[in-house]
Ligand binder design. Structure first.
Ligand SMILES: Nc1ncnc2c1ncn2[C@@H]1O[C@H](COP(=O)(O)OP(=O)(O)OP(=O)(O)O)[C@@H](O)[C@H]1O
Length: 256
């Protein structure tokens, strides 16, 4: 089996009325099924552009994006996406928010309903199935958004800074929950984040991007066994990897 995601020489220039915006230099990386890959980089380096190209909702100016052996040429349906804003529908309760992809796909069978409840339970919000989004905290809303993304067992989950609006403690909690769930579901996951610690803690592989136009500064494999306790962040080996990434940003003048 080949990699789940294989990007080769993907680049992007936006052509706008006020001039061209060179967002991404050619970017090349891949990762295997069941793994988590994080892309970490400064604001505006083209991370969301990369994610949109992978999801097939934006086209690259050149290069190839391949998911599951198939060249991406249009919107990819076999994918779950979670954004920084959870995009829950206020008028639907938690269960019906999670069931939305099933409704759109015409799969309102009992097995899918059972899976929705099971995912909510695994994410620690099983008791909130009948509540409405406004009754939930930010962290709980993101758990519901993750359950919705995973409902139809997508081949790939894309997470675009899903925890950056959360307070530090809730974010730590979400990191632990995501790691456990990802391991249990074995879902291939690409995470976009500004946080070096989050990237190193969660990932099998970290892609470090430069400031715009984004290019790959380094690809680092993280071999710590899983599950990883949060305290691993205080270990010297962890700190050494985080430092290696920080130095890359410092050398680029991003963290001067
Ligand atoms: N549709 C568009 N038209 C023109 N320029 C765009 C468009 N989308 C993004 N850009 C520009 O491309 C660059 C990369 O944007 P992108 O949103 O991919 O960055 P990012 O790394 O995700 O940023 P952040 O971390 O702040 O979310 C930015 O300079 C942005 O202004």
């Amino acid at each position: 089996m080949g990699p789940i995601v294989d990007l080769s020489g993907v680049h992007k220039t936006y052509i706008t009325d006020s001039g061209d915006v060179h967002a991404l230099d050619p970017v090349t990386f891949s990762f295997d099924r069941g793994q988590i890959l994080s892309v970490v980089g400064p604001s505006g380096c083209g991370k969301s552009t990369l994610l949109r190209i992978l999801a097939g909702i934006d086209t690259p100016s050149g290069g190839k994006a391949v998911i599951n052996g198939k060249l991406v040429t249009g919107p990819v349906s076999d994918m779950g996406i979670v954004f920084q804003r959870d995009l829950l529908l206020d008028w639907r309760n938690v269960f019906n928010n999670v069931m939305l992809p099933a409704e759109l796909a015409g799969r309102l069978d009992s097995a899918t309903r059972a899976r929705a409840l099971e995912l909510l339970r695994e994410l620690g919000v099983g008791d909130f199935a009948n509540r409405y989004p406004h009754e939930l905290s930010g962290g709980m809303r993101q758990r519901v958004a993750i359950a919705r993304a995973l409902l139809l067992k997508p081949s790939l989950m894309l997470l675009d800074e899903p925890f950056s609006a959360l307070d530090a403690m809730t974010r730590d909690q979400m990191n632990v929950i995501l790691q456990r769930l990802q391991d249990h579901e074995q879902v291939s996951t690409m995470l976009i984040t500004h946080s070096i610690a989050e990237a190193v803690y969660l990932s099998d592989r970290v892609v470090v991007m430069s400031a715009r136009p984004g290019r790959v500064l380094d690809v680092i494999d993280i071999d710590f066994p899983k599950p990883r306790p949060l305290s691993i962040r205080e270990e010297p080996e962890f700190a050494a990897i985080a430092r290696r990434i920080r130095v890359l940003f410092e050398n680029e003048g991003v963290l001067a």
